[in-house]
Design a binder for this molecule. Sequence first.
Ligand code: ADP
Ligand code: 3PG
Ligand code: MG
Length: 376
Amino acid sequence: MDFNVPIGADGLVADPHRILEALSTVRWLQGQGARTILLSHFGRPKGRPDPRFSLRPVAAALSRYLGQPVPLAPDCVGPTARAAASAVENGGCVLLENLRFHPGEEANDPAFAAELASLGELFVEEAFGAVHRAHASTVGIPEKLPSYAGLLVSREMEELGRLVEAPERPYVAIVGGAKVADKLPFLEGLLGRTNAILIGGALAFPFLAADGVDLGASSVEPGLDDAVRAFRAKAESLGTRIELPVDWLTERTEDDGSSSVVPAPTTTVPADCVARDIGPRTRDRFYEVIKDSKSVFWNGPLGLAEDRRFAAGTREVLAGLGTIAGYHVAAGGDSARVASDLGVDGAFQYISTGGGAALEFVAGETLPGLAVLPDA
Ligand code: ADP
Ligand code: 3PG
Ligand code: MG
């Protein structure tokens, strides 16, 4: 399971999308009288127990949605995990504590994977959001147990597969967000596959910086100039149009600590300002490209959309998308939450539970957690 969900300031699950989407498989297993042991990672706790990364809020949410108590075992291996697993009754389920409390998870340590595998008889892969990781839970266990793709993983492959095999054209990708170095290699995989890529958010910064644009006080990830230039050259040779912001809404921090919104009508950002959202001219340019599209893949907010002052770029572009017929897919934890908070999730025919996994999938990568499943 990928129960790596956002938690609110109240300590409760803030967006249950990933949990809800995984329930069909849990309910099906329960209906078959299976004894279900749920495994998931949560956040990036660096291989040791850390209460800030406990799955406790997820266990509470699961109990509510399933209408039956879902206990949380304090560890995913060792005597408490074994006791919890053997206490599950037919049709019942238990959630084991965060897999990433052990370094063996991310290292895909064979002994750790063997211990996890020893808890059950069959493995169902339902953590679509994590299948791009070659970890013990995604690759180690399926090497040791008969393994199957779950209902959600199968659906993700089918829906996202529509953008891989023969997407209706023009096919446009809208990308933004913040994980710049993470995303750049996979964006490259979209070149040639897509007809146009619209780049907003902090993801646009290194592209503009490599062109020598002054982005004021915006924090630009260093060392990406060569990668960005290679990307642009490849886009040109494969005929994928790249659109970057031509104006911004920026934020200036005043002497008294308050902050104000300063529009920047060109790509250049004033020295004391930080680019926070795409501006109105950019929104219009993006709309001109998507209005003729037949397929759209979106990952990454086009600005700091959690702050209502900087949400207009994402909101308006997606609202425009909602008026266009076609097959539209959204992916990414923050993206899905922002689209629903801004009331524009109706623009999409499918909202993936994967972030990086979905991006790699549509970029045509082989995902290790899927490659290891015989039926996927
Ligand atoms: P996802 O989880 O959908 O894959 P990311 O994690 O890459 O997306 O990025 C989402 C984050 O990027 C959001 O929190 C958003 O506010 C932030 N972001 C986008 N553009 C900017 C910007 N210009 N300045 C600061 N943060 C930004
Ligand atoms: C995600 O949130 O994209 C998945 O749960 C994977 O998390 P990770 O990027 O920490 O591996
Ligand atoms: Mg994110």
